[in-house]
Write a protein that binds this ligand. Structure first.
Ligand code: HPA
Length: 273
Protein backbone atom coordinates (compact mmCIF):
# COMPACT_ATOMS: atom_id res chain seq x y z
CA UNK A 1 0.00 0.00 0.00
CA UNK A 2 1.40 3.44 -0.80
CA UNK A 3 1.79 6.19 1.75
CA UNK A 4 -1.17 8.24 0.50
CA UNK A 5 -3.47 5.22 0.86
CA UNK A 6 -2.05 4.46 4.33
CA UNK A 7 -2.63 8.01 5.59
CA UNK A 8 -6.18 7.96 4.17
CA UNK A 9 -6.92 4.72 6.02
CA UNK A 10 -5.42 6.03 9.25
CA UNK A 11 -7.59 9.16 9.07
CA UNK A 12 -10.63 7.00 8.31
CA UNK A 13 -9.97 4.77 11.37
CA UNK A 14 -9.61 7.77 13.69
CA UNK A 15 -12.67 9.43 12.19
CA UNK A 16 -14.80 6.30 12.58
CA UNK A 17 -13.73 5.93 16.21
CA UNK A 18 -14.84 9.52 16.91
CA UNK A 19 -18.04 9.62 14.85
CA UNK A 20 -19.21 6.31 16.39
CA UNK A 21 -19.02 7.97 19.81
CA UNK A 22 -20.30 11.50 19.10
CA UNK A 23 -23.22 12.97 17.23
CA UNK A 24 -22.89 15.25 14.24
CA UNK A 25 -20.00 17.23 12.87
CA UNK A 26 -17.77 19.80 14.46
CA UNK A 27 -17.58 23.50 13.52
CA UNK A 28 -14.44 24.71 15.23
CA UNK A 29 -11.20 22.94 16.13
CA UNK A 30 -9.08 24.31 18.96
CA UNK A 31 -5.51 23.34 19.81
CA UNK A 32 -4.46 24.19 23.37
CA UNK A 33 -0.78 24.70 24.08
CA UNK A 34 1.37 24.34 27.21
CA UNK A 35 -0.50 25.28 30.39
CA UNK A 36 -3.61 26.38 28.46
CA UNK A 37 -5.74 23.25 28.80
CA UNK A 38 -8.41 24.61 31.14
CA UNK A 39 -10.69 25.81 28.35
CA UNK A 40 -12.05 22.25 28.35
CA UNK A 41 -13.72 22.92 31.73
CA UNK A 42 -16.15 25.25 29.92
CA UNK A 43 -17.30 22.62 27.40
CA UNK A 44 -20.96 21.61 27.66
CA UNK A 45 -21.78 17.90 27.31
CA UNK A 46 -18.11 17.01 26.82
CA UNK A 47 -17.00 13.69 25.38
CA UNK A 48 -13.39 13.11 26.37
CA UNK A 49 -11.10 10.82 24.38
CA UNK A 50 -7.54 10.13 25.52
CA UNK A 51 -5.18 10.36 22.57
CA UNK A 52 -4.00 6.87 23.48
CA UNK A 53 -7.44 5.41 22.61
CA UNK A 54 -7.86 7.20 19.25
CA UNK A 55 -6.49 5.05 16.42
CA UNK A 56 -3.18 6.34 14.96
CA UNK A 57 -2.96 9.39 17.23
CA UNK A 58 0.56 9.92 18.58
CA UNK A 59 0.97 10.05 22.37
CA UNK A 60 1.65 13.36 24.10
CA UNK A 61 4.87 13.18 26.13
CA UNK A 62 5.26 16.78 27.29
CA UNK A 63 4.54 17.84 30.87
CA UNK A 64 1.65 20.34 30.91
CA UNK A 65 -0.04 18.65 27.95
CA UNK A 66 -2.93 16.47 29.07
CA UNK A 67 -3.41 14.47 25.89
CA UNK A 68 -7.19 14.47 25.34
CA UNK A 69 -9.50 15.30 22.49
CA UNK A 70 -12.64 16.88 23.96
CA UNK A 71 -15.73 17.17 21.79
CA UNK A 72 -18.76 19.19 22.90
CA UNK A 73 -20.32 22.63 22.77
CA UNK A 74 -19.15 26.12 23.73
CA UNK A 75 -21.27 29.21 22.95
CA UNK A 76 -23.59 27.05 20.82
CA UNK A 77 -20.67 25.99 18.58
CA UNK A 78 -19.70 22.36 18.20
CA UNK A 79 -16.02 22.24 19.13
CA UNK A 80 -13.26 19.65 19.12
CA UNK A 81 -10.51 20.67 21.49
CA UNK A 82 -7.03 19.21 21.53
CA UNK A 83 -6.01 19.45 25.17
CA UNK A 84 -2.31 19.18 24.54
CA UNK A 85 -0.51 18.83 21.24
CA UNK A 86 2.39 16.98 19.66
CA UNK A 87 5.76 18.57 18.98
CA UNK A 88 8.48 17.85 16.47
CA UNK A 89 11.03 17.83 19.34
CA UNK A 90 9.28 14.79 20.83
CA UNK A 91 10.59 12.81 17.88
CA UNK A 92 7.44 12.72 15.76
CA UNK A 93 7.61 13.72 12.12
CA UNK A 94 6.07 17.06 11.20
CA UNK A 95 3.31 15.11 9.40
CA UNK A 96 2.56 13.06 12.56
CA UNK A 97 2.44 16.25 14.67
CA UNK A 98 -0.30 17.59 12.39
CA UNK A 99 -2.17 14.29 11.79
CA UNK A 100 -4.94 15.30 14.25
CA UNK A 101 -5.66 18.38 12.10
CA UNK A 102 -6.28 16.03 9.17
CA UNK A 103 -8.80 14.18 11.32
CA UNK A 104 -10.42 17.44 12.48
CA UNK A 105 -10.79 18.40 8.81
CA UNK A 106 -12.76 15.25 8.09
CA UNK A 107 -14.88 15.87 11.21
CA UNK A 108 -16.03 19.05 9.45
CA UNK A 109 -13.84 21.69 11.05
CA UNK A 110 -13.70 24.88 8.95
CA UNK A 111 -12.13 27.15 11.58
CA UNK A 112 -9.03 26.23 13.57
CA UNK A 113 -7.97 28.20 16.64
CA UNK A 114 -4.40 27.39 17.63
CA UNK A 115 -2.90 28.54 20.91
CA UNK A 116 0.61 28.29 22.27
CA UNK A 117 3.04 29.59 24.83
CA UNK A 118 5.77 31.73 23.30
CA UNK A 119 8.81 33.74 24.25
CA UNK A 120 8.81 37.48 23.56
CA UNK A 121 11.36 38.83 21.08
CA UNK A 122 10.47 42.48 21.71
CA UNK A 123 10.48 44.57 24.86
CA UNK A 124 6.95 45.85 24.13
CA UNK A 125 5.55 42.33 24.36
CA UNK A 126 5.33 41.44 28.05
CA UNK A 127 4.84 38.29 30.08
CA UNK A 128 1.09 37.60 30.32
CA UNK A 129 0.27 39.35 27.04
CA UNK A 130 -1.85 37.55 24.46
CA UNK A 131 -0.57 38.03 20.91
CA UNK A 132 -2.76 37.34 17.90
CA UNK A 133 -0.49 35.77 15.29
CA UNK A 134 -0.64 37.79 12.06
CA UNK A 135 1.91 35.68 10.19
CA UNK A 136 4.71 33.20 10.84
CA UNK A 137 8.24 32.31 9.84
CA UNK A 138 8.88 28.58 9.67
CA UNK A 139 12.46 27.99 10.82
CA UNK A 140 11.82 24.37 11.81
CA UNK A 141 13.63 23.15 8.71
CA UNK A 142 10.75 20.75 8.01
CA UNK A 143 7.26 20.96 6.56
CA UNK A 144 4.38 18.55 7.29
CA UNK A 145 3.47 18.45 3.59
CA UNK A 146 6.81 17.01 2.45
CA UNK A 147 6.20 13.66 0.75
CA UNK A 148 3.73 12.38 -1.83
CA UNK A 149 0.68 14.63 -2.08
CA UNK A 150 -2.90 13.41 -1.81
CA UNK A 151 -4.51 15.66 -4.43
CA UNK A 152 -7.95 14.84 -3.00
CA UNK A 153 -6.96 16.36 0.36
CA UNK A 154 -5.28 19.55 -0.83
CA UNK A 155 -2.95 21.10 -3.41
CA UNK A 156 0.71 20.18 -3.86
CA UNK A 157 1.75 23.83 -3.53
CA UNK A 158 -0.14 25.69 -0.85
CA UNK A 159 -0.75 29.43 -0.86
CA UNK A 160 0.27 30.93 2.49
CA UNK A 161 -0.37 34.61 1.73
CA UNK A 162 -3.10 34.74 4.39
CA UNK A 163 -2.18 31.83 6.64
CA UNK A 164 -3.97 33.58 9.52
CA UNK A 165 -7.45 34.69 8.47
CA UNK A 166 -7.95 38.47 8.49
CA UNK A 167 -11.65 38.25 9.37
CA UNK A 168 -10.96 36.00 12.35
CA UNK A 169 -8.27 38.42 13.45
CA UNK A 170 -10.79 41.27 13.30
CA UNK A 171 -13.27 39.21 15.36
CA UNK A 172 -10.52 38.51 17.92
CA UNK A 173 -9.74 42.22 18.13
CA UNK A 174 -13.45 43.03 18.64
CA UNK A 175 -13.73 40.36 21.33
CA UNK A 176 -10.60 41.61 23.08
CA UNK A 177 -11.95 45.16 23.08
CA UNK A 178 -15.25 43.96 24.55
CA UNK A 179 -13.48 41.94 27.24
CA UNK A 180 -11.03 44.72 28.12
CA UNK A 181 -8.04 42.69 26.93
CA UNK A 182 -5.08 44.49 25.35
CA UNK A 183 -4.59 42.08 22.43
CA UNK A 184 -1.17 42.39 20.82
CA UNK A 185 -0.40 41.37 17.23
CA UNK A 186 2.75 39.98 15.73
CA UNK A 187 4.76 37.44 13.80
CA UNK A 188 5.46 34.03 15.35
CA UNK A 189 8.78 32.36 14.59
CA UNK A 190 8.87 28.56 14.95
CA UNK A 191 12.02 26.63 15.82
CA UNK A 192 12.24 22.93 16.60
CA UNK A 193 13.42 23.28 20.20
CA UNK A 194 13.75 21.60 22.64
CA UNK A 195 16.50 24.06 23.57
CA UNK A 196 15.48 27.62 24.31
CA UNK A 197 17.25 30.34 22.32
CA UNK A 198 20.73 31.68 22.90
CA UNK A 199 21.09 35.48 23.22
CA UNK A 200 22.57 35.60 19.69
CA UNK A 201 19.58 33.65 18.36
CA UNK A 202 17.18 36.02 20.12
CA UNK A 203 18.92 39.03 18.50
CA UNK A 204 18.70 37.32 15.10
CA UNK A 205 15.04 36.30 15.52
CA UNK A 206 13.99 39.73 16.79
CA UNK A 207 14.74 41.09 13.31
CA UNK A 208 12.10 38.83 11.76
CA UNK A 209 9.43 38.23 14.41
CA UNK A 210 7.75 39.25 17.64
CA UNK A 211 7.52 35.92 19.46
CA UNK A 212 9.21 32.52 19.28
CA UNK A 213 8.00 29.02 20.01
CA UNK A 214 8.34 25.33 19.21
CA UNK A 215 4.90 24.48 17.83
CA UNK A 216 1.85 25.80 15.97
CA UNK A 217 3.35 26.13 12.48
CA UNK A 218 2.92 22.46 11.41
CA UNK A 219 -0.77 22.52 12.38
CA UNK A 220 -1.30 25.89 10.67
CA UNK A 221 0.31 24.66 7.45
CA UNK A 222 -1.94 21.60 7.33
CA UNK A 223 -5.01 23.69 8.20
CA UNK A 224 -4.24 25.97 5.23
CA UNK A 225 -3.67 22.95 3.02
CA UNK A 226 -7.16 21.70 3.94
CA UNK A 227 -8.72 25.13 3.33
CA UNK A 228 -9.49 25.93 6.97
CA UNK A 229 -9.52 29.49 8.30
CA UNK A 230 -6.98 29.88 11.09
CA UNK A 231 -6.72 32.07 14.18
CA UNK A 232 -3.47 31.89 16.17
CA UNK A 233 -3.19 33.12 19.76
CA UNK A 234 0.15 33.07 21.58
CA UNK A 235 0.51 33.66 25.32
CA UNK A 236 3.79 35.37 26.16
CA UNK A 237 5.48 33.49 28.99
CA UNK A 238 9.00 34.94 29.07
CA UNK A 239 11.09 37.91 27.96
CA UNK A 240 14.11 37.90 25.62
CA UNK A 241 16.73 38.96 28.17
CA UNK A 242 15.58 37.32 31.41
CA UNK A 243 17.79 37.88 34.43
CA UNK A 244 17.55 34.21 35.33
CA UNK A 245 17.64 30.88 33.52
CA UNK A 246 14.46 29.88 31.68
CA UNK A 247 12.68 26.64 32.55
CA UNK A 248 9.63 24.78 31.24
CA UNK A 249 8.10 25.17 34.74
CA UNK A 250 8.25 28.95 34.40
CA UNK A 251 6.62 28.75 30.95
CA UNK A 252 3.83 26.56 32.39
CA UNK A 253 3.22 28.83 35.39
CA UNK A 254 3.00 31.96 33.25
CA UNK A 255 0.78 30.28 30.65
CA UNK A 256 -1.58 29.09 33.40
CA UNK A 257 -1.61 32.58 34.92
CA UNK A 258 -2.71 34.10 31.59
CA UNK A 259 -5.10 31.31 30.71
CA UNK A 260 -8.22 32.93 32.28
CA UNK A 261 -7.75 35.85 29.90
CA UNK A 262 -7.24 33.55 26.94
CA UNK A 263 -10.31 31.45 27.85
CA UNK A 264 -12.54 34.54 28.12
CA UNK A 265 -11.27 35.68 24.74
CA UNK A 266 -11.84 32.34 23.00
CA UNK A 267 -15.38 31.98 24.40
CA UNK A 268 -16.28 35.44 23.11
CA UNK A 269 -14.71 34.69 19.73
CA UNK A 270 -16.69 31.42 19.50
CA UNK A 271 -19.83 33.41 20.17
CA UNK A 272 -19.05 35.68 17.19
CA UNK A 273 -17.87 33.21 14.51
N1 HPA B 1 11.39 29.95 23.20
C1 HPA B 1 10.81 28.93 22.53
N2 HPA B 1 9.65 28.41 22.88
C2 HPA B 1 9.01 28.94 23.94
C3 HPA B 1 9.55 29.99 24.67
C4 HPA B 1 10.82 30.53 24.28
O1 HPA B 1 11.36 31.47 24.87
N3 HPA B 1 8.68 30.29 25.67
C5 HPA B 1 7.64 29.43 25.52
N4 HPA B 1 7.84 28.60 24.48
Amino acid sequence: MDLIEQVRLNIKDALKFLTDRTDGGVDVGIVLGSGLGRLVDTVERPKVFAYSEIPHFPKSTTQGHAGNLVIGTIADKKVAIMQGRFHYYEGYTSAAVSFPVRVLGDLGVKILIVTCAAGSLRLDLKVGDVMAITDHVNLMGVNPLIGPNDDEAGPRFVDMSEAYDKNLLKIAEDSARGEGIDLKKGVYVALTGPTYETPAEVRFLSAIGNAVGMSTVPEVIVANYLGMRVLGLAVITNMPEAKHKLSHDEVLVEAQRASDKLIKLIIDILDKV
